[in-house]
Design a protein around this ligand. Structure first.
Ligand code: ADP
Ligand code: ADP
Ligand code: MG
Length: 485
């Protein structure tokens, strides 16, 4: 529990998370080391860092997942701490342990806690023991009969959800609507789980229909202070992965209090330290929430919590990693705004297929109450090997309607991305949808309204702008000189 001082941080990541972490390091005058793969040699995070070290070729296993090479890079660059960001090695307990064994500071929760929560079956077990409600389910399933027996014995009706025990990012998850689909769905979930996570253990849960995804941000230190930074709603998803998030949620105050306190209680019970999130699925028909999982890392959507609380979560992670007590108490956390985030992925907004290539034009929105986090700059390539997220757009306001207005202005007013396809048209269509505006949505919103959303797409390019200029010139030359010229 002794205090230690962070001298230089190696950021074991690329793109958006790497850039985000380096911003806080700069604020705190802590130098940084970037690591990069061959296709990333000209990437934004490489330019932002004080030192940059090449760690291997494009495939993640040869570079951003090569823990030994990353630790060597930290030692050779005189960095004494490693921040993993999200994705890649962020939830890899073995890597966290190796970092500590190399005498470096790990900026994240302990390897024991990462390990404990990395398995959804064990995490659910701990939640149950801590009196945190969980979704009814059955674990370690290997046959279709086990599933149908469980449904019959417990009186569970379709739909149900088969999930990879070590899953993440919405992978290895299959919804089942009918009896004759069970065997096929089980085989699919297990093979996806094996391919993505090297582990085909699955669990089965009752599928919560019209559910909403609510999660609680936690920050905790080594001195047993565990506080929550309130909740976020991340119900807008495609393929069980979030694309729009907001803070706070539309939960009533007493429910908000209950879910936040429950999350903090669970994290205190497991001896959590650093930043982490407890995810829940909320059933509006019964007004009940159920534990889903704990993400033992900084999350993509942490920025909207920063906007409503005024805190810097990465900075708090650095304090905790140095062994310091948290500089704030629960009562100091007083959210006083509404914030929204949209994920700009390099993806086709109609098919969700990846879109690679060079960003030929990139203009970020400006103006009051906008926060932009760019993982890449104009002229850079979006390589096909990594996550497609390249930019986060956040908007805040005094209330939800105000934040929505700012987001609309940010997307329609200034944002220009060319050379690659992005989710922007879809995101705009969603935030303008009547049901999204009135708060009438569930995790199936995008699936249910896709044709309508696509018909509202507004795509604008340089060509449109050039056309406008051309029209103007034509008008002027037809009318001759004007009095105001
Ligand atoms: P959030 O941080 O909001 O929970 P996601 O669940 O979408 O966001 O995951 C964050 C990022 O990490 C995504 O880019 C996702 O692809 C990646 N990711 C999440 N879990 C894993 C995992 N187990 N293995 C590899 N990548 C993961
Ligand atoms: P991951 O590790 O991939 O993030 P989660 O367990 O957090 O997996 O679930 C991701 C999303 O999948 C949830 O936000 C929700 O939309 C959906 N989901 C997961 N479990 C259920 C369930 N039992 N019922 C309904 N939706 C679910
Ligand atoms: Mg999750």
């Amino acid at each position: 529990m002794s205090q230690r001082s962070i001298r230089k941080v190696l950021v074991a990541n690329r793109g958006v998370p790497a850039v985000r972490i380096m911003h806080t390091c700069r604020d705190r005058k802590i130098p940084t080391t970037a690591v990069y793969s061959t296709p990333d040699r000209l990437a934004y995070h490489v330019f932002m860092a004080d030192t940059a070290i090449h760690i291997g070729e494009a495939p993640p296993v040869e570079s951003y997942l090569n823990g030994d090479r990353i630790i060597e890079a930290a030692l050779s660059s005189d960095s004494n701490a490693i921040h993993p960001g999200w994705g890649f090695l962020a939830e890899n307990a073995d890597f966290a342990q190796k970092v500590i064994d190399a005498g470096l500071i790990w900026i994240g929760p302990t390897p024991e806690v990462i390990n404990l929560m990395g398995d959804k079956i064990r995490a659910k077990e701990i939640a149950r023991q801590s009196n945190v409600p969980t979704v009814p389910g059955v674990e370690n399933v290997t046959s279709a009969e086990q599933i149908s027996d469980w449904m019959r014995d417990q009186g569970v009706t379709f739909p149900i959800m088969i999930k990879a025990a070590s899953g993440g990012g919405g992978k290895g998850m299959v919804k089942v609507d009918k009896l004759d689909q069970i065997a096929g769905a089980l085989a699919q979930a297990r093979s996806e789980a094996k391919k993505s996570f090297g582990d085909d253990t699955v669990l089965v849960e009752k599928y919560i229909e019209h559910g909403r995804h609510i999660e609680v941000q936690i920050i905790a230190d080594e001195h047993r202070h565990v506080i929550h930074l309130f909740e976020r709603e991340c119900t807008l998803q495609r393929r069980n992965q979030k694309i729009i998030e907001e803070a706070p949620s539309t939960l009533e105050n007493d429910l908000r209090q209950e879910i936040c306190v429950t999350a903090a209680r669970l994290m205190r019970r497991i001896g959590y330290t650093s930043a982490g999130t407890v995810e829940f699925i909320f059933d509006p028909s019964t007004q009940s929430f159920y534990f889903l999982e704990v993400n033992t890392r900084l999350q993509v959507e942490h920025g909207i919590t920063e906007l409503i609380t005024g805190l810097d979560i990465v900075s708090l992670m650095l304090d905790v990693a140095e062994g310091k007590p948290l500089p704030i108490k629960q009562l100091d956390v007083v959210p006083n705004r509404w914030a929204l985030e949209v994920r700009l992925n390099a993806e086709d907004p109609k098919t969700f297929g990846p879109s690679f290539g060079t960003i030929t034009r990139l203009r970020a929105p400006l103006g009051p109450n906008v926060r932009v986090l760019q993982g890449a700059t104009e002229g850079e390539d979006i390589p096909p090997y990594y996550d497609s997220l390249f930019m986060l757009l956040m908007a805040s306001g005094t209330d939800r309607a105000d934040a929505l207005r700012v987001m609309d202005r940010a997307i329609t007013g200034d944002l220009r991305v060319e050379g690659i396809k992005t989710l922007a048209p879809l995101l705009l269509s969603i935030i303008r949808h009547r049901k999204f505006i009135t708060g009438d949505f569930s995790t199936k919103f995008i699936e249910q309204h896709m044709p309508e959303l696509v018909s509202g797409f507004l795509e604008r390019t340089s060509e449109d702008e050039m056309l406008r200029v051309a029209r103007y010139v034509a008008e002027i030359s037809a009318l001759g000189p004007q009095s105001w010229m």
